[in-house]
Structures are given as structure tokens and as C-alpha cells.
Design a protein around this ligand. Structure first.
Ligand SMILES: O=c1[nH]cnc2c1ncn2[C@H]1C[C@H](O)[C@@H](CO)O1
Ligand SMILES: [Zn+2]
Length: 364
């Protein structure tokens, strides 16, 4: 009986969830390719390392390989996607398809990130990589009839030493498709303060940035990201719970993050795979939103985590019985924290997000 009850609620939620306007701030370009595209691109560039040439099997392979409880193992799967994203044509195609796939899932605003330094193996320059991805996104937006707006975040990898260069690249391409900067990769042993010159450069040029922190390492990593480096948002950030007592009392860091409205880019399915959370029902997202944190809901990596924005909504609806009001709250929070000019954020909220949820409530 329970099973069929669940099924009934799943079907009805899925229907309106897909139509609901969504915003994603944390989605990796190289973690969200279509499996069939990877296979075609691998053939075109002569990459022979794929574990299978069947698209359905490949999708399952990524999700399973990433589902190890370890961030380091999760990250190993990106060797396959990056291997086939080394030419202008491949980057253009992957970006265009990314915009199409997000729009088909009801995403109206997206910030998609990738590490330009990982796409130089066939001879492209950093500028050529950025131009190819931006042109692909413009093409994808056109194909969807303008239903989605996509900005990019340029990621520096925390285990390499190119972050200042990538920060300079971000400044050079700002206002031309690049919305900001990020630091990603293995967190253990690579604290954000290693990349201080990059953050100082961005600050000097009034550029936006977010930092992956509080995923594999606890509150001290979030402290560095916010207080030493000056992050405006935190990628994941779920381990801020280290600084929250069982009775909900906030420590000074947690209070600072909440009271300064620093957005948490929460990615529940990814957290389950990397071991940052045990299961959906005990995921801290619900506690954090109840405590007043600026919580946004995200995919992280649609292929690698085997998810979509609609599926993340669905998991949260199943775990916490959320309805349209909470999803509207997450979406408004995301657009408010977007690396966009304020009037543009307000326009998306007032003209797209609010009316979209009003229509869903009216139809219920
Ligand atoms: O959740 C993540 N944590 C840290 N690094 C990540 C995560 N998801 C993807 N990455 C890495 C792997 C990609 O190659 C890189 C740039 O998108 O960012
Ligand atoms: Zn990420």
C-alpha cells in the first residue's frame, strides 16, 4: 500500500515540477553531457577509454562509478568527459545541448561552470575555450527560443596552480557570457586560501565568485572560503552544520553565513554519492532552510549524479513533503544570489518565477 501511495504522489508531483520555473547556480558543464554525445565525440576524436559504447549503459556507469562515498573517486569519472571536450566544435556542441537540456527541464536561468584549463590538450588556448563555450550557449539559447538564459562560471582547479590565470580570464571575459569564478576539485589538502591571489584579483576588479567548500572538509573550509577569501556564495556548504548545535543554536560562522545571506548551492544527490550526506531524509537542506539560510537547490553534475533539476525537486518533495511554495522559495533564492545585475534578477523573479508558480497554484 505504501508503495502505491508513493507512486501516486511521485507521478502528480512530477507533472507540475517539470513545468515549474527553475534556476540552477551549480551545474558543471563537464558533468552533464548527453551519453550519446560523449560516444559520438569519442569516435570523432579517437578517444578509446570509454567503459562502454552503449548510451544507456554509459549513463548507468557514470552514476555508479561516482556513487562511491568519496569525492576523489567521484571526480575520477570526469577524465572521460574532459577527454572528448578538447575541440572548438565539441565544446560548442556540449554547451548548446546543455542549454537545450536545462530548458527542456524547465530551467529559466542557469550558471554553468567548467575549468578552461582542462580543455587545452588538443591545442586550444584558454580564450578559445571560453569563446567556444559561450558561442555554444548562445546557440542553445536561440534553439530554445530564449526560454533560458545561461551564464558561465570559470573554475580554477584547486590542486593545480593556474587559478590566478583563470581569474584573469574571468575578468577579461566578464560581460561577454562569463558571470563569475569558482574553485573546484579535491577539497582535502587544497584549502581555498591556496588561491588567495586569484580571489584578490577578482576583488580588485569587482568580479563575482563562489567557492566549493564544506563538501569533503568541514566548517574550517567554509570559514576560509568566506572570511579569508571573500566568497559570495558557497558550493555545497552543507557542512556548515558542524557549526550548528543539536538544538539549532548557531555558532559564529553559521550565524555569519546566514545573517549575511551567503547562498548555499546545495546539491543533495551529489552529496549522497560523495558521502557528504547519508540519505535524502536526513539531508541538512531542510534544517538549513528552516533556520533561515539562503538555500538554493542544484544538480552539481546531471550525468555523473544521474539527475536533473526536476529530479532534485522530486527527491526533496518525497523526503520533506515540499510543495510549490518551497520550490518557489528555492528558485527566488537562487535568482537573488545570481551573478547578474540586480534589475535583471528582479525581472526574472517578477516576470518569470512568481507568475510561473502562481499558475501552478491556480491549476492545483
Ligand atoms: O562537487 C564537486 N566538488 C568538487 N569538484 C567538483 C565537483 N563536481 C565537479 N567538480 C570538478 C570536476 C570538474 O572537472 C571540474 C570543473 O567542472 O569540477
Ligand atoms: Zn560542484
Amino acid at each position: 500500500m505504501h508503495l502505491s501511495d508513493n507512486l501516486a504522489s511521485t507521478v502528480s508531483v512530477a507533472d507540475w515540477v517539470r513545468r515549474a520555473p527553475k534556476a540552477v547556480l551549480h551545474d558543471h558543464l563537464d558533468g552533464g553531457l548527453r551519453p550519446a554525445t560523449i560516444i559520438e565525440l569519442a569516435r570523432a576524436c579517437g578517444y578509446t577509454g570509454l567503459p562502454t559504447e552503449d548510451p544507456a549503459e554509459l549513463a548507468v556507469w557514470f552514476r555508479d562509478a561516482a556513487d562511491s562515498g568519496s569525492l576523489e573517486r567521484y571526480l575520477e569519472t570526469f577524465a572521460h568527459t574532459c577527454a572528448v571536450m578538447q575541440t572548438r566544435e565539441a565544446l560548442f556542441r556540449v554547451a548548446a545541448e546543455c542549454a537545450e537540456d536545462l530548458a527542456a527541464d524547465g530551467v529559466v536561468y542557469a550558471e554553468v561552470r567548467y575549468a578552461p584549463e582542462q580543455h587545452l590538450a588538443a591545442g586550444l588556448t584558454l580564450d578559445e575555450v571560453v569563446d567556444a563555450v559561450n558561442e555554444g550557449f548562445r546557440e542553445g539559447e536561440r534553439r530554445t527560443g530564449g526560454r533560458i538564459t545561461v551564464g558561465t562560471l570559470l573554475t580554477g582547479m584547486r590542486h593545480t596552480d593556474r587559478s590566478l590565470e583563470i581569474a584573469e580570464l574571468t575578468v577579461a571575459h566578464r560581460d561577454r557570457g562569463v558571470a563569475g569564478f569558482d574553485i573546484a576539485g579535491g577539497e582535502v589538502g587544497n584549502p581555498p586560501s591556496r588561491h588567495l591571489p586569484a580571489f584578490q584579483h577578482l576583488k580588485r576588479h569587482n568580479c563575482h565568485f563562489t567557492i566549493h567548500a564544506g563538501e569533503a572538509v568541514g566548517a574550517e573550509s567554509i570559514h576560509e572560503a568566506v572570511q579569508v577569501c571573500g566568497a559570495e556564495r558557497i558550493g555545497h556548504g552543507v557542512r556548515i552544520t558542524d557549526d550548528i548545535a543539536e538544538d539549532g543554536t548557531l555558532g559564529h560562522l553559521a550565524a555569519y553565513v546566514r545573517d549575511n545571506r551567503i547562498a548555499l548551492e546545495v546539491c543533495p544527490t551529489s552529496n549522497l554519492q560523495t558521502g557528504a550526506a547519508k540519505d535524502y531524509a536526513s539531508h541538512p537542506i531542510d534544517q538549513l532552510r528552516r533556520l533561515g539560510f539562503r538555500v538554493t537547490l542544484n544538480t552539481d553534475n546531471r550525468l555523473v549524479s544521474g539527475t536533473t533539476m526536476s529530479e532534485e525537486f522530486q527527491h526533496m518533495a518525497d523526503a520533506f513533503h515540499y510543495g510549490p511554495d518551497v520550490f518557489e522559495e528555492f528558485t527566488v533564492a537562487a535568482v537573488e544570489a545570481a551573478f547578474l545585475p540586480l534589475p535583471e534578477r528582479r525581472r526574472i523573479i517578477d516576470e518569470i518565477v512568481r507568475p510561473g508558480y502562481a499558475a501552478i497554484r491556480a491549476a492545483a
